[in-house]
Design a protein around this ligand. Structure first.
Ligand code: TXA
Ligand code: MG
Length: 316
């Protein structure tokens, strides 16, 4: 992670223009939402999304929430059913995230969904995030704008405290209102499931839906971070491979060349950006199994190795 100088600009036209230019250049920008400050990047640019993980120093790749200006933009990315229509009409813009089937063939980078076929999406109510969506013209992936393992930021100063030198720009529009991350509800199954409690109560969602919402602990594994939602290839995966054995599809890195490579130059941000696409390609190939070259543990390497270890172990 190369250090850069972090500018904090008060929200306004000039700051917005700079922020939109940074987004279009593939950089991350900290921007307030009605819940917490988010660290936003172009959700269609895998390299930009890898930059979010690098800046946060996240030790693993969790799927991220995509922010869009309105429900129509959300419908271009995710598949809505009647339940999703109802919740979107009732609570958007606002602190509600819907997990829905990903619309196939869309342009969202696979790193955003961690390779899943579902996507977490919301329409934020904050003027600064809305203005950045409009000015950049991009769907924005944004987790909370804090270094991994630290508390979510509700002021620009909190962002600066852990991300100073790691991001180019903070749009400062004062303290956030909710201070608590959005409620997340999954509508990918027959029953609605609460994945993360938040500003909108489960009972309020159930009332709007006219049907029960399964709460965390109601049978399904739903606690954040514990969901059995992480993408794993269907084929056996061998780690730290120096070369391919018969029947294997080798994903290279650096000096180890394969049918495919995470990064021929050994660039960890590029490797993070390409990880899930490479695994999907390997899975779709004719080969019986997959091997992958060693990836060093520094920088984003920790997150990449965490993901690979899970992908190699998630087998039954
Ligand atoms: O209030 C918020 O939601 C803030 C602001 C910035 O919008 N954002 C935020 O994002 O909290 P993040 O990335 O920290 O939280 C994403 C959560 C994680 O718990 C993740 O596991 C879950 O959403 N998630 C994302 N995609 C998912 C998917 N396809 N299926 C299940 N859970 C998903
Ligand atoms: Mg967070």
């Amino acid at each position: 992670m190369t250090l850069q100088s972090t500018r904090t600009l008060p929200y306004g036209e000039a700051a917005l223009a700079d922020a939109a230019a940074a987004i279009r250049a593939g950089q991350c920008v900290a921007v307030p939402t009605e819940t917490v400050y988010g660290l936003a990047a172009d959700a269609t640019d895998s390299h930009a999304v890898a930059g979010i993980y690098a800046a946060k120093g996240r030790p693993s790749f969790n799927p991220l929430i995509v922010h869009v200006p309105d429900a129509d933009a959300a419908r271009r990315i995710a598949v809505f059913d009647a339940r999703a229509d109802r919740l979107a009409a009732a609570f958007w813009p606002g602190p509600l995230t819907l997990v829905l089937p990903l619309r196939p063939g869309g342009e969202i980078a696979s790193l955003v969904t961690a390779g899943l076929d579902s996507i977490a999406i919301r329409v934020p109510a904050h003027r600064a995030m809305q203005a950045l969506l409009a000015a950049s013209g991009k769907p924005l992936a944004a987790p909370s704008a804090n270094a991994s393992g630290t508390i979510s930021p509700t002021r620009a100063a909190h962002v600066l405290a852990t991300l100073d030198g790691r991001i180019p720009l903070i749009l400062d529009d004062g303290p956030t209102r909710a201070g608590l991350e959005s409620t997340i509800i999954a509508l990918t199954g027959t029953q609605a499931r609460l994945l993360r409690p938040g500003p909108i109560a489960a009972a309020t969602l159930a009332a709007a839906l006219g049907e029960p919402v399964l709460a965390a602990g109601d049978g399904a594994v739903v606690a954040p971070g514990m969901m059995a939602s992480h993408y794993a290839p269907s084929k056996p995966l061998r780690l730290n491979a120096a070369d391919a054995r018969p029947g294997e599809w080798l994903i290279g890195f650096g000096a180890v060349a394969g049918q495919d490579t995470l990064s021929a130059t050994g660039d960890l941000i590029e490797a993070g950006a390409r990880l899930f696409d490479s695994l999907h390609r390997a899975d779709a190939s004719e080969a019986e199994s997959i091997a992958i070259a060693p990836v060093p543990m520094d920088g984003l390497g920790a997150a990449i190795n965490d993901r690979l270890a899970r992908a190699a172990a998630d087998r039954d």
